[in-house]
Each structure stands twice: as structure tokens, then as C-alpha cells.
Design a protein around this ligand. Sequence first.
Ligand code: UT7
Length: 331
Amino acid sequence: MTIRITGTGSALPEKIVTNFDLQELVETSDEWIRERTGIAQRRISMGETVATLSAAACQRALEMAGKTAEEVELILVATCSPEMLLPCCACQVQDIIGASHAAAFDLNAACSGFLFALNTAYAYMQSGIYKNALIVGSEVLSKLVDWSDRGTCVLFGDGAGAAFVEASAEDIVRDNGRKVGMECMVQGSDGTKGMVLSCAERPVDNAFISEKQTISPYIQMNGQEVYKFATRQVPACIHQALDKAGITAEDVDMFVLHQANVRIIESVAKRLKADISKFPMNLDKIGNMSSATIPVLLDELNRGGRIQDGNRLVLSGFGAGLTYGATVIVW
Ligand code: UT7
């Protein structure tokens, strides 16, 4: 049995906010942001929501796959910034696109969310429960960012990416002898380090509590700790995934990594002893969109004709939780 991505889509807010715009808000500079992160601009919502961006990305993925919304069996939305606690974003997407036969739920693994959702769909399909799924990574982080905190507000952006995944009974073998589909996945979490990147929801409050708690509703981050985690854990889990698939970094055509920081990506490339040209990047234009970065980049590469049939891709991410994952796919 083969499980493959047959459609990709993405949606970004119209509004572009440059580093120069941020200079007007906090004590920072275009030079600092570019040198430390590689980011030059990001898209910021002026009303687009996690649900509307997700739905637009899903519609594009379905169109590419040549499927109708009614054929979708499962919708998984990975997000840490939904507008609504109830209903979940996946059910909102189901409603907007008209996927009346799908089961739909959200999943939060922060920046690793798209991968965790893809792996969840993979498990459902391997066990024969569903034959297809829409997998989405979607965020409007701009509402979780403290716009007076220069340590975080320069990093994040808003957007959504989606992939349509299908199971097929017959193996598809490409000209280079590689079998199409997901080859293996590795995922993990380290909750002991959770507070290095956090964002609180409402505190416990009810009719029986007289002392009210006050909490910051914004993203708090120890950037250096997250950096250390990413540069150690991402290459380690990619190595694990490569070992599991019985291949080496040389057998991989493209590493589609979470787009958080160009220095993190360069460090991963170095540790894997892989050429940096195998690591496509788009974070200069759209910043870190958490769960959306991997599917948005995947869609950009796919639509731009940069992924050839038979290419082997490693998708890998890390994020709050802390969470991490790597998935090996032959296109
Ligand atoms: O999806 C996961 C999300 N998170 C991440 O990926 C974060 C990973 N970490 C990073 O990318 C980096 O740690 C940052 C880009 C966040 C920060 O870069 P850094 O090289 O680790 O800088 P730093 O935190 O050590 O700060 C160096 C200096 C500090 O000033 P002092 O104490 O040396 O005077 C900061 O206050 O840079 C200052 N600084 C800034 N200066 C100008 C911090 N943010 C800014 C800013 N503009 N935006």
C-alpha cells in the first residue's frame, strides 16, 4: 500500500510587514533581523483567520488533486492559534469547503504540528480506517505576539498550507526505482522543556474562585534555549529517520525544514554533512508561521515545479512542547 501527497495548497494574508515597518514599533533594525534570522518580511492578518486561510489552502490542494470536498474522509488541522476553542478549526473548515462526509479535528504540536498531523493520517490510512485526508498547518500568530517584545515580534507571520493525502492499494514505482509514498516517520516530545516557548490560555476561573489570576496572553520565549534544542534535535531525528529508512543524507534530494531561522537550517545542513542547496528556504519572505511553514514551502516547491517525480524529501520540524519530527517521502 502507498500513501502519497496528491495535492498541495497554501494561503497567505495580503498584508506584508517588512523589517523596516517593525523598526517603527520596537528598537530593532532590518540588519539585526536579517543577520540573526534571515527574515526580511512576513504576512500579517488584517482579518483573515486560521479557519479562512485553512479553507483556502484546502480548496487549492483539492483542486490540484482533482478531488471534490465531498470525497474527503478526514480533515486534520494543526494549529496553536485557533480563533475558537469550540468548534475546532477543522470543523469550521469542513463547513466552509463543504466536506460533509469527513471526520474533522484539530491537533496542536506547535511548529511540528503539520508533521504530527501527517503522521496521524498515515497511521489511520495504514490501518485502513480512512483512504484519504486533508492535512493542514495554519496559524494567525500575530494575535499571540506581544508587539512590544522585540525578541519575538520580529520572528512570526501568519498563513496556512495544506496537503491532500491518499492511500492507494497498488505500489507506484518511479523511473529511478523508488517507490512513491511515505517511507518512514520519527516524532517525539520533551515536555520537561515546555516553558522555554509558551503562550497561556485563560487561567482557571469560575464562580467558586475569589482570587483572580492574571497571566500574559502572549508568546514568551527563551530564544537561545529553543535554538540549542533545534540545532541538536533536528539533525538527530533526521538521522533516526534516515536510519529507519535504510538510507543516508546523500539519498535525499531535498530537506524541507521548519522555517524558523536561516542559521538553524544552516547548522542542520552542516551536521548532516549535506549541501545547503538541498535546503530550500522561503522564510525571508514570510517568516516563521509555526505549523504552516512546512506545508507552505512544500506547496511553493510543488507549484514551482521544483519537486520531480521520484525525488526523496525529508520534512522535519521542531517547536513548542517541545516537539520534533522527521518524515521521509518519495514524490
Ligand atoms: O518555531 C520555533 C520558534 N522559535 C525559534 O526558532 C527561536 C530560536 N532562536 C532564535 O532564532 C534566536 O535565539 C533569536 C533570533 C530569537 C535571537 O537571536 P540570538 O542570536 O540568540 O540573540 P540573543 O537572544 O542572544 O540576543 C542578543 C542581543 C540581546 O541584547 P544584549 O543583551 O546583548 O544587549 C537582545 O536583547 O540582541 C538583542 N535583541 C535584539 N536586538 C535588535 C533581541 N531581539 C532583538 C531585535 N532587534 N529584534
